[in-house]
Design a protein around this ligand. Structure first.
Ligand code: GMT
Length: 375
């Protein structure tokens, strides 16, 4: 049965926006009609699809309000689109504000609109600890017809912190192996001035404090003393200035390439030998599976959903937050042992095909939609 689905996410660069947009595109490929309702065009929606529509939420700055009313403008737009386009369901990413906006839209239109909410992390792991918001988050969750979270760890944390009386299902993030695969990019390596025999370590994030990019620099400092290597830092964010200062203080400016925000990261992963994600909070770690799909072994912290992605000793290693010595030791091990590297690289791709491939995950969402629509 073909469905008419409204999708709301934060459309800026970030894991939740990527997942929401890619999911919409894949559902459209399967014949569903998709309506993105968000404050700007999701950045991955970069070509025309005949069954994908975009409805912009315009938030005006009225002088009588101290803050622009995004949530109300969104709820109102959702109600408008649901009524006009006769949507079957709204799939919203983030409990607050989006699940609560969807609830409000449902009250406005009446009828049998269904709400699916996906939790990505920050609404639970940060906002969930603000007592003034806990009841509202619980309300958004309990008023949804279906709630999913991107890892078992996030499901558990939601029960621990928010205590909702609602089943929450784990639906992992996914990566498109038609886009994320290892290509031959020796020329690109050359263009970056990286010698053929130099190893490449990569970190990709939005450089927020939780990502602990300083730990990446500290660990790499030891690695480059043992192994001829370069560090690629991809992304931008509030910690970049601190990170740059640290690189200068350690005198490794010539070993670190600051690439800023990049779109085609698959090519950068293709020249990389190791990926580091050393966050102190991470409900899943979408960047890990993007790297793994390109055959890059990973080292990640033993927190949140990361242990559900990295199989210890199989496709990478897990470490304690801030254990620089151990991270450096394991990095050197992977980079210097070519047979171990080759095996982990193969296993990384296998893990994606088995656990995190698009077809598997998109089917899971589709099945969930059908369970509520057929009720
Ligand atoms: O990591 C971020 O700062 C961005 C954030 C987002 O809202 O996009 O990412 C969250 O959702 C991603 C997609 O589900 C997950 O892969 C990230 O692990 C999660 N980030 C955190 O939990 C910190």
């Amino acid at each position: 049965m073909k469905l008419k689905i409204g999708i709301t996410c934060y459309p800026t660069v970030g894991g939740s926006g990527i997942i929401a947009t890619e999911l919409g595109k894949l559902l459209a490929d399967k014949g569903h009609e998709i309506h993105f309702i968000s404050s700007s065009l999701p950045f991955r929606l970069n070509k025309v699809y005949s069954n994908i529509y975009f409805h912009e939420v315009e938030v005006n700055q009225y002088s009588v309000f101290k803050y622009p009313p995004y949530d109300l403008a969104l709820a109102s737009k959702m109600a408008d689109v649901v009524k006009r386009e006769k949507l079957d369901l709204l799939h919203v990413h983030y409990a607050i504000p989006h699940a609560v906006c969807a609830y409000l839209a449902k009250q406005m239109v009446g009828g049998d609109l269904k709400i699916v909410t996906t939790l990505h992390g920050t609404d639970i792991t940060v906002l969930g600890y603000d007592p003034s918001l806990t009841d509202l988050i619980r309300f958004g969750i309990e008023e949804s017809d279906i709630v999913t979270a991107v890892s078992q760890s996030l499901v558990q944390q939601t029960y621990d912190v928010i205590e909702p009386k609602k089943e929450i299902k784990t639906v992992y993030n996914f990566v498109d192996q038609k886009v994320y695969y290892k290509r031959n990019v020796d020329e690109l390596k050359k263009q970056y001035g990286i010698k053929a025999d130099e190893k490449v370590v990569i970190h990709v994030s939005n450089f927020r404090k939780v990502k602990r990019v300083e730990d990446v620099i500290r660990a790499f400092y030891f690695v480059q003393q043992k192994i001829a290597s370069k560090l690629l830092l991809v992304g931008d964010g509030p910690e970049l200035t601190v990170v740059c200062r640290m690189i200068n203080e350690l005198g490794i400016e010539d070993k670190v390439l600051l690439l800023g925000k990049q779109e085609n990261v698959a090519e950068l992963y293709s020249i990389s030998d190791l990926k580091l994600l050393l966050s102190e909070k991470e409900s899943f770690g979408l960047v890990l599976i993007e790297a793994m799909a390109c055959g890059v072994p990973t080292i990640g912290t033993k927190i949140g959903g990361i242990p559900e992605v990295i199989d210890e000793g199989v496709n990478g290693f897990l470490c304690e937050v801030g254990d620089i010595e151990y991270i450096a030791k394991k990095s050197v091990e992977i980079l210097s042992n070519s047979s171990m590297h080759a095996e982990m690289s193969r296993n990384a791709v296998k893990s994606i095909s088995k656990k995190f491939n698009t077809e598997r995950i998109v089917n899971q969402y589709e099945d969930l939609y059908h369970t509520i629509i057929n009720k």
